[in-house]
Design a protein around this ligand. Structure first.
Ligand SMILES: Cc1cc2nc3c(=O)[nH]c(=O)nc-3n(C[C@H](O)[C@H](O)[C@H](O)COP(=O)(O)O)c2cc1C
Length: 359
């Protein structure tokens, strides 16, 4: 199985399966001398973990981790950093019934067709358990980029049909509510909607908005590694993602060029734009304005309603799943979006060092 590596200089390889001994990540290319605050890795893993509130899956995953290499006396050594997260709470029995069937819209059919076998005990590499490894690596990337002054913040913008109203005042202390929405009245509606749908055995999708602030001008490598292309790749590599739009995105198609263009002006010595429909990236290169994008997540595919599907013998069957699943993955995906964005920026900060001689 190829494709477990992400990045060019600040690179990660994730490994492990949801029901194996554990999962982990090897970070290659992180410069020596970066101070590692383990509590920041711990905090982001807690934000991603299942069982964190009544609107997530009741599955419990122990998020304790071991830094096996690459850090000495609290600082990176320049050697590969291996972070291992042991698996402790597998309930493989929950998955026995899924051995013979293809869950609609899950990865069962494609994994079996491609590899000739599949890990039915929790989904193996297709399980979002793998994203814990990225979140651990993303926390290291966040420490690296914050040393360069770059800040990343994501939050839940929409759950199903409930969205933050335009022009609402936002409180970005999103950890104050379990749905990670920066508008408390909307957060309450979202939580109630997830509760309702959970009781009915169904699921919901939603949108995460992410902003990257104080990103230096010049990140992004034309032509195939445009910063926007790498961000899209990063976001689409997250389980259950169905859409990505940056800046004005799909809405921008409704505007005229005269409405859409971001006019330049000088603010003291700094070149800025009056509007930011470009989403902080022009020609694939960051222009110093805030980078912002939306990531769309589909409703969780494993639901507890009766569904028609096929089994391994390609016979039509009726499926009724039992077990522990997220009624909506979106609140748990916020730290995953942040982690992937941080990995892209960390990589491009390092890549940009080779763009011209005075770097
Ligand atoms: C944080 C998170 C938690 C998830 N939890 C579940 C879950 O409990 N049940 C499920 O069927 N899918 C869950 N998913 C989505 C599946 O991993 C994903 O739909 C599946 O691997 C198929 O991939 P695709 O949806 O990208 O095609 C979760 C995704 C994320 C990001």
């Amino acid at each position: 199985m190829a494709g477990n590596l992400f990045g060019k200089i600040f690179r990660i390889t994730t490994y492990g399966e949801s029901h194996g001994k554990g999962i982990g990540v090897v970070i290659d290319g992180c410069p020596a001398g970066l101070t590692i605050d383990k509590s920041l890795i711990e905090m982001d893993l807690q934000r991603r973990k299942p069982g964190q509130s009544h609107i997530t899956t009741p599955r419990k995953e122990d998020e304790s981790f071991i830094i096996q290499s690459g850090v000495f006396e609290g600082k990176t050594t320049g050697a590969p950093i291996n972070i291992f997260i042991p698996n402790k709470n597998q309930r493989s029995k929950d998955y026995d019934k899924l051995k013979e069937v293809f869950r609609p819209s899950h990865a069962d059919f494609t994994y079996l067709s491609k590899y000739g076998h599949r890990d039915f005990k929790g989904g193996g590499r297709s399980s979002a358990r793998e994203t814990a490894a990225r979140v651990a690596a993303g926390a290291v990337a966040k420490m690296f980029i914050s040393a360069h002054g770059v800040k990343i913040k994501a939050y839940v913008q929409r759950i199903g049909k409930i969205a933050i109203p335009d022009e609402a005042n936002l409180n970005l202390q999103i950890e104050e509510n379990i749905v990670r929405c920066p508008h408390s009245a909307t957060a309450e509606k979202m939580i109630r909607r997830i509760e309702e749908v959970k009781v009915s055995g169904d699921s919901l999708g939603g949108i995460i908005h992410c902003e990257i602030k104080d990103c230096p001008i010049g990140l992004g490598e034309p032509v195939f590694d445009r910063l926007n292309a790498n961000l899209a790749h990063a976001m689409f590599s997250i389980n259950a993602v169905k859409g990505f739009d940056l800046g004005s995105g799909f809405k921008g198609t409704r505007l005229l060029g005269s409405e859409h263009n971001d006019e330049f002006y000088l603010d003291q010595d700094i070149v800025k734009t009056k509007s930011n429909n470009s989403g902080g990236i022009q020609g694939g290169i960051s222009n110093g304005m805030p980078i912002y994008f939306n990531v769309a997540f589909k409703p969780t595919s494993t639901i507890f309603k009766k569904q028609q599907t096929l089994n391994k013998e390609k016979e039509a069957i009726e499926l009724e799943v039992k077990g522990r699943h997220d009624p909506c993955v979106v609140p748990r995906a916020v730290p995953i979006v942040e982690a992937m964005a941080a990995l892209v920026i960390a990589d491009h900060l390092l890549r940009n060092r080779s763009s011209k001689l005075d770097h």
